[in-house]
Design a protein around this ligand. Structure first.
Ligand SMILES: Nc1ncnc2c1ncn2[C@@H]1O[C@H](COP(=O)(O)OP(=O)(O)OP(=O)(O)O)[C@@H](O)[C@H]1O
Ligand SMILES: [Mg+2]
Length: 399
């Protein structure tokens, strides 16, 4: 029976490896340190070593280096356990002549596969010419590689296999995340949608109650509160539905006149807020390559906010334009309104997060979340800079 020596200062990990390997019909011995492992190897009967790298006393690398200098031991393959988070691990393993890597926490079949491959390669190696050492530079340092060609290949291939597997796990979990997000979005859409009818009923019946029944003053006051709450609820639902539409809409990119869209959005705001005279400057001739309708949604939110948060400003001024330096064009909407403290900036684009109270400025806290989703769908970035009482500037890219 093939005998594997498992070297690990952690008894639990060693026993876990023993369990896996014994289940695949290998005989297993355990050594709790590098020194113990060397003694055991010299005693004979070991066909392959699986060793941890970081151990008190002799490390996995040193154990490997020493074993490879003793003629009686040099042919015994040594597979190192790694966490694979430092590229130097590969080169160090090559340097000490290790025969393979196994990533800690890899599925049991990987350990068995790696052990089997190392044993097979050892048989093949018996026919290879003895190679001389190779000097390589890696990360600014010189290393002397003792491993033979087949060993080097096996080690690199095993590392590559692990990377590919990790990459696949990443792709899988990204897909799971996308699916979960889509489910959540569909759920919030249907909740928001289904809340519409009962809210309309509350509104209708409350209005009927006020109109048809002889309520006293207190009754009318309570009814007004209910109607007010219902109206706020309707706004939230509308905002959530707008967000879902933005998330679901197909992205149709065209080259369009960004300045013209900004002027159109501003014209609506001017019409809806005749009592709020804003000094508006839109840089002319700015072009954008993106989904025109969705970028308009972004501008509606940013300009809507600029309008709202300059309401208490005696000389409100709002500027829309673009900065052209290296990299993608940075569009901006700047105002001289209420601003906010930058320590809270990380909350701006999260749903229902508001930096001002409802008493100061009304709102749901969904507008910037919607804007962020649009920009992210374009592969761009959105961020803000502000000073309390001095105004805010929102920047975004549409690469
Ligand atoms: N131009 C601005 N100046 C100052 N604060 C701003 C500005 N734009 C956004 N904010 C802050 O960010 C918060 C979130 O903005 P967001 O547009 O998401 O929500 P809202 O305007 O409160 O509600 P709505 O969902 O109706 O847009 C605001 O409540 C406000 O505190
Ligand atoms: Mg808003």
């Amino acid at each position: 029976m093939t005998c594997i020596l498992v070297v690990d200062d952690s008894r639990t990990q060693a026993e876990e490896a023993r369990f896996i390997l014994e289940s695949s019909d290998y005989a297993v011995e355990i050594a709790g340190s590098g020194e113990e492992a060397l003694a055991s190897l010299r005693g004979g009967g070991v066909d392959l070593v699986v060793s941890d790298i970081v151990m008190p006393g002799l490390t996995g690398y040193e154990l490997c280096r020493r074993a490879k200098t003793e003629p009686a031991l040099r042919e015994i393959p040594i597979v190192l356990f790694t966490s694979l988070n430092d590229p130097l691990e590969v080169i160090r393993a090559l340097e000490c002549g290790a025969d393979g890597f196994i990533v800690k926490g890899a599925p049991p079949d990987q350990l068995v596969h790696r052990v089997r491959t190392a044993l097979e390669n050892q048989k093949l190696r018996a026919h290879d010419d003895a190679g001389s050492s190779v000097n390589v530079h890696f990360l600014g340092r010189a290393f002397v590689i003792q491993s033979e060609r087949r060993q080097i290949l096996e080690l690199l291939v095993s590392t590559f296999e692990d990377t590919v597997r990790k990459q696949q796990q990443l792709v899988d979990s990204q897909q799971q995340l996308r699916d979960a997000n889509r489910e959540l979005e569909a759920f919030s859409y249907s909740v928001a949608h289904d809340l519409g009818a009962p809210i309309r009923a509350i509104d209708r019946w409350m209005t009927a109650l006020v109109e048809d029944c002889a309520l006293d003053a207190t009754g009318k006051q309570h009814a007004a509160r209910v109607l007010d709450a219902a109206s706020r609820m309707r706004n939230i639902i509308e905002d959530l539905l707008r967000l879902s539409r933005v998330v679901k809409a197909d992205l149709r990119r065209i080259d369009f006149d960004f300045s013209a869209v900004a002027r159109l959005v501003a014209a609506n705001l001017i019409m809806f807020h005749p009592d709020h005279a804003v000094d508006l400057v839109v840089e002319p001739g700015t072009r954008c390559h993106g989904d025109r309708a969705l970028i308009q949604v972004v501008l509606e939110n940013l300009l809507g906010n600029a309008w709202k948060f300059t309401r208490k400003q005696p000389h409100p001024r709002i500027e829309v334009g673009a900065i052209r330096r290296d990299g993608p064009v940075v569009f901006f909407v700047r105002d001289n309104g209420a601003g906010f403290a930058m320590v809270h900036a990380h909350k701006l684009f999260l749903p229902f997060e508001r930096l001002h109270s409802d008493a100061e400025f009304t709102g749901t806290g969904i507008g910037l979340t919607t804007a962020r989703r649009v920009i992210e769908r374009h592969g761009g970035r959105i961020w803000a800079e502000a000073v309390p009482e001095r105004g805010a500037t929102f920047y975004f890219t549409v690469p």
